[in-house]
Design a protein around this ligand. Sequence first.
Ligand code: HEC
Length: 148
Amino acid sequence: MVWNLSASFRLAGSVAAAVTVLCTTVVLTQAEPSGPLTPASVRASGQTTFLQFCAACHGIDGRGMGPVARYLLKDPPDLTHIRSRRDGTFPREALESSLLATGPPATAETQDDMMLWGPLFISMDASTDAARVRVQNLLDFIESIQQP
Ligand code: HEC
């Protein structure tokens, strides 16, 4: 009787493990429909990418006072007010395309003094899809620091 009980617990455990593996596979498959992700882009949280690549100019809090800011011709904008500067709309799609752009930027006014990030992210993350995951995480972080 005892043996049967523990056997059925073991069976339940195996089923749970199988379901976990299955669910994880489904979640991973949905997160990345085309092409493999490199571990680098999966690991990189938006805040990590921001601190690594943006904070030198825009500041660790995004307000524009990074240590490099004083050496630039133009002041880096305060990234915590992107939404309020645009009447309450966070321009996610426009920012995504500019951060993944590989050619001449579409809007020279906002991009002239800033580096083109597409070539770097795409080469670091091994594919455009993987770089898009990094940029989505980055935009989640920037959206999360928006001030009223
Ligand atoms: C070398 C300094 C520097 C770095 C590094 C940098 N930026 Fe910038 N960024 C600027 C400057 C300067 C501008 C203003 C450009 C202009 O007005 O022509 C700007 C503009 C922007 C804008 C436009 C804001 C608006 O409201 O129009 C966004 C968004 C932005 N940067 C995001 C980022 C992100 C994200 C990163 C990191 C991946 C980053 N920047 C890294 C200097 C930098």
